[in-house]
Design a protein around this ligand. Structure first.
Ligand code: ADP
Length: 290
C-alpha cells in the first residue's frame, strides 16, 4: 500500500505526463493539405475572414450538396487552420462531441471528442447538419458560442477555456427543418449566418466541368436539367438535384456512360421514387438532351 505522500507524488506525475501528452498532440494532422477547388459565389470569402478574425460562431445555411463543406475546407486551407468536421446524425450525443473515459489495459483513460480537441488545440470545428444530432448537443455548444468561449467537461470536472484559434461553424439546411427538428432561437441567435444556394448556372457549369472533367457544353445541359428539377421543389420534390449529383453525372459521362443513362442514375433515381415526379423529370430530360 502506498502512503499518502507517495500517492500524491504519483498523482502529480500522472498530471505532468498527461500535460506532456496533450502538449504533444499534433493538431496539424487536421490541416487541409491540398488546396480545395472552390468557386466563390458572392463575397463569402471576405465575410468569413472577418467573422474568423473575431472568432464569431458561424452558421452556413443552404440545401444539401451546394458547397457548404467545400467552402469551409477552402477557408481552413486559406487561413492555414486545422479543420475538424463532424457529420451529425441522430445517434450523435454530447459525449460523442466532448469525449469519454475508455477502459484499457492501463485502467481508464480520458479521450477528448472532436469538439474538445478543436477547442483545446485551436481548430475550426464544423458540425455538419447539427440539427440532426440529439438535443443535448445544443446545450454543450452554448457556452462555446458566447463571450465565455468555454466548454464544461462534466465527466472530468474540467472547465476548458477555448484556444484563441478555435471557431465553431455549423451547417443548417432550412429545407429539411420541421417543428420537431429545428434549431431553437436561443441557439440560432448565437451565430452569424451565411445563406448558400446552388451557384448561378454560369458558375455551376464551371464547377461541374472542373470537378468531373465533362465537356462544358454537356455541363451546361446538365445544369439546365438540374435547374428544371429544382423547379419541382414543393411539387413532389423536397430538394432538386445538387451540384454533387451533377458531378456524379459528369463523371459517368466522362467515363463513357450514355448521357441519358447518367441522368437517370445520378440525377433522377437518387432523389425521388414518385412515378409522377420521375415522369416530369423524364420529360425535361428529353427536352434538354433530345
Ligand atoms: P454541402 O453543401 O452538402 O456541404 P459540398 O460542399 O459537399 O455540399 O458540395 C458538394 C460538391 O459540390 C463538392 O464536392 C464540389 O464538387 C461541388 N461544389 C459545390 N459548390 C462548389 C463551389 N462553389 N466550388 C467548387 N465546388 C463546389
Amino acid at each position: 500500500f502506498l502512503t499518502l505522500k507517495w500517492r500524491k507524488c504519483l498523482y502529480f506525475l500522472q498530471t505532468i505526463i498527461r500535460r506532456i501528452v496533450m502538449a504533444n498532440f499534433d493538431i496539424s494532422q487536421f490541416k487541409v493539405v491540398e488546396s480545395p477547388y472552390y468557386q466563390e459565389q458572392f463575397n463569402e470569402v471576405d465575410l468569413y475572414k472577418v467573422a474568423y478574425s473575431s472568432r464569431l460562431p458561424l452558421m452556413i445555411k443552404g440545401p444539401t450538396g451546394c458547397g457548404k463543406s467545400r467552402f469551409i475546407e477552402h477557408m481552413a486551407y486559406k487561413l492555414d487552420k486545422p479543420l475538424i468536421t463532424v457529420s451529425c446524425n441522430e445517434d450523435i450525443t454530447a459525449s460523442d462531441l466532448i469525449g469519454r473515459f475508455l477502459l484499457d489495459s492501463d485502467g481508464t483513460r480520458w479521450v477528448d471528442g472532436p469538439l474538445t480537441i478543436a477547442a483545446r488545440h485551436g481548430a475550426i470545428c464544423y458540425l455538419d447538419e447539427i440539427v440532426e444530432a440529439r438535443q443535448d448537443t445544443m446545450v454543450v455548444i452554448h457556452s462555446l458560442t458566447d463571450h465565455r468561449r468555454e466548454l464544461m467537461i462534466d465527466k472530468k470536472g474540467e472547465l476548458l477555456k477555448a484556444h484563441p484559434d478555435f471557431q465553431l461553424v455549423i451547417s443548417y439546411n432550412p429545407g429539411y427543418q420541421s417543428i420537431m427538428k429545428d434549431l431553437k432561437q436561443s441557439t440560432k441567435q448565437r451565430f452569424v449566418a451565411l445563406d448558400f444556394d446552388f451557384a448561378s448556372p454560369e458558375i455551376e457549369v464551371i464547377i461541374v466541368s472542373n470537378e468531373s472533367g465533362v465537356d462544358p457544353e454537356i455541363a451546361k445541359k446538365l445544369v439546365q436539367f438540374a435547374n428544371a428539377t429544382r423547379k419541382l421543389v414543393g411539387h413532389g420534390l423536397d430538394e432538386g438535384a445538387s451540384t454533387r449529383l451533377l458531378n456524379y453525372a459528369g463523371v459517368l459521362i466522362s467515363k463513357g456512360v450514355d448521357i441519358k443513362d447518367a441522368c437517370q442514375i445520378a440525377l433522377i433515381k437518387p432523389i425521388t421514387d414518385d412515378t409522377e415526379v420521375r415522369e416530369a423529370m423524364n420529360t425535361s430530360m428529353e427536352a434538354i438532351f433530345g
